[in-house]
Design a binder for this molecule. Sequence first.
Ligand code: KG4
Ligand code: ZN
Length: 337
Amino acid sequence: MRVLGIETSCDETGVALFDTEQGLVAEALHSQVDLHAAYGGVVPEIASRDHIRCLLPLIRRVLEEAGIDRADAIAYTAGPGLVGALMVGGGLANGLALAWHCPLVKVHHMEGHLLAPMLESEPPEYPYIALLVSGGHTMLVSVRSLGDYTILGSTLDDAVGEAFDKTAKLLGLGYPGGPILARLAEEGDDQSYAFPRPMIHKPGMDFSFSGLKTAVMLEVRKAAENNGLEQVKADIAASFQRAAVDTLIARTLKAAKAEGATRIVIAGGVGANKLLRRDLALKFPGRVYYPRPELCTDNGAMIAVAGALRLAGAGEAGAIEAKARWSLDTLRPPEAA
Ligand code: KG4
Ligand code: ZN
């Protein structure tokens, strides 16, 4: 069974073909980063229009690469995300499912991230704890089996990816700042600023990143007033990254201990962060799974694999579904959905 995955929830147009026997067969991705860079963030209308421009050519390319002219099933991201952008993927997925008379699966974007490690050669077994960290979400999820999720903690304010992006903006590093800041941090001393590790000693498993962002802002301002920002940029970046990563790791280890977990999965765009991957693996006595970096950030392959795993709950073409908000813990296993 070959499942075509379509991802258009934000600023990447992602398409992939996942074969239930052979695994990932073909994939294509178009990033809109350059289009949004001038605005310092994603402009929803520009995102929708660019998905319209790119999606069909990317689907053609993936089918061609796989040497087929149709898939056996289609999976598309139905939310959460930008409604206009989601509508583009949902519209095309519905049209193709009608034309091909094939099943259609509506995928939750964060479940796609959660299941991305299933694309790797040694996928995790259930149950596991997932640290889902992206531009819009910071969550600890207890994953008992496909569709059986409990959110153990989430951010009370900014998502950690957002904190990376905003800090990068304060440092004048460009957009999207997470990966640029992480690269600059490698040249800095992460002990030079004692930034707060928010919530680290508080009960529960929630996160908060706005205090850290404010602490960075004050230091950036101080340095700029003394005309010394250029000299300390790398140190600020390194100290910020260290504080953010320490916070994520402390909360994740706490959750893993409380749940008696032996496996942790890191997923979502910030999951590409090298320091986070390395240090969590060093500190956790069990096994840490993370997808390769290009499968951490938004892509079509994670939607295709989630669709393949959820084929039992597939429907037919019909109304386009596009949900701006959609809580992960409302999902159910495919048979029960
Ligand atoms: O999952 P994703 O591609 O899109 C969303 O669903 O949000 O995540 C994008 C986020 C951005 O905030 C980006 O700056 C961050 O992931 N990111 C990183 C790294 N690579 C991407 N943050 C820290 N270190 C990285 N290496
Ligand atoms: Zn994402």
